[in-house]
Design a protein around this ligand. Structure first.
Ligand SMILES: C[S@@+](CC[C@H](N)C(=O)[O-])C[C@H]1O[C@@H](n2cnc3c(N)ncnc32)[C@H](O)[C@@H]1O
Length: 230
């Protein structure tokens, strides 16, 4: 079974013998991949919605992996018990929701060792939450699918301080690892901001003017880090 680059990047962070929870599993591709490649032998695949959970369950049953993968209906980590898993995957959701899921179940996060997080939006807000709540991002990579780039983070417990605000927006590990998609990632952020700035350029409201100034300074920061990449 071949995973998409985004799902493969997530699965690649799971170490052998891990006991995994895949929160918001939907299709169930990650649990099935981890079992069929003998990376994990016990997985709890959860979803808050019955439809996606049923999808996952029928895929797992079709592959005959029901013995290794248990499906559970529930919100975030609420359907887990402390010490049940050592690795928690939360992927394909917004950064705010991922942070909320972690924050709402500290009794579960405390007993897990490793978190593999893949926000679709609001990654800066997620990093801010992690740094403010004694998590360390030990690795990060970009996965490319078509023209889209996805941020995938490997996180453990532990205090970490970052010395530049830009590292909330663009993970420091992407720079340290010289991620092969980093330049393209920053360029796409610059393009998005430039588009918004054009739309905001004749704004008359105080709020619009504030946003314009905020985005302009963000653009300068992005351009500076892009220059440093050369
Ligand atoms: C876009 S899918 C992502 C599926 C898969 N994790 C991936 O990365 O491809 C998001 C899934 O998360 C589920 N979900 C949303 N909020 C959730 C929550 N609070 N707890 C558990 N699952 C949730 C949705 O029902 C949906 O199936």
């Amino acid at each position: 079974m071949k995973l998409s680059p985004r799902l493969q990047a997530i699965a690649d962070y799971v170490p052998k013998e891990a006991v995994v929870a895949d929160i918001g599993t939907d299709h169930g591709y990650i649990p099935v991949y981890l079992v069929s490649n003998k990376i994990a032998s016990r997985i709890i695949a959860t979803d808050i919605n019955i439809g996606p959970l049923e999808n996952a369950k029928s895929y797992i049953d079709k592959k005959n992996y029901g013995e290794f993968i248990e499906t559970r209906l529930g919100n975030g980590l609420k359907c887990l018990l402390p010490n049940e898993v050592d690795t928690i995957i939360i992927a394909g959701m917004g950064g705010h929701l991922i942070a909320e899921i972690l924050d709402n179940s500290k009794e579960i996060t405390e007993t897990a060792k490793r978190f593999i997080l893949q926000p679709m939006v609001a990654s800066a807000e997620l990093r801010r939450y992690l740094y403010n709540n004694d998590y360390t991002i030990i690795d990060e990579k970009l996965a490319k699918e078509g023209s889209k780039l996805y941020e995938v983070m490997e996180v453990i417990h532990g205090k970490e301080k970052i010395d530049k605000d830009i590292y909330y927006e663009i993970g420091i590990k992407l720079f340290e690892n010289k991620d092969k998609h980093l330049r393209e990632f920053i360029e796409s952020k610059i393009k998005k901001i430039e588009k918004v700035l054009i739309n905001l350029s004749d704004t008359e409201t105080a709020e619009g003017k504030l946003r314009y100034e905020y985005l302009k300074s963000k653009l300068i920061n992005y351009k500076e880090v892009l220059k440093e990449l050369c």
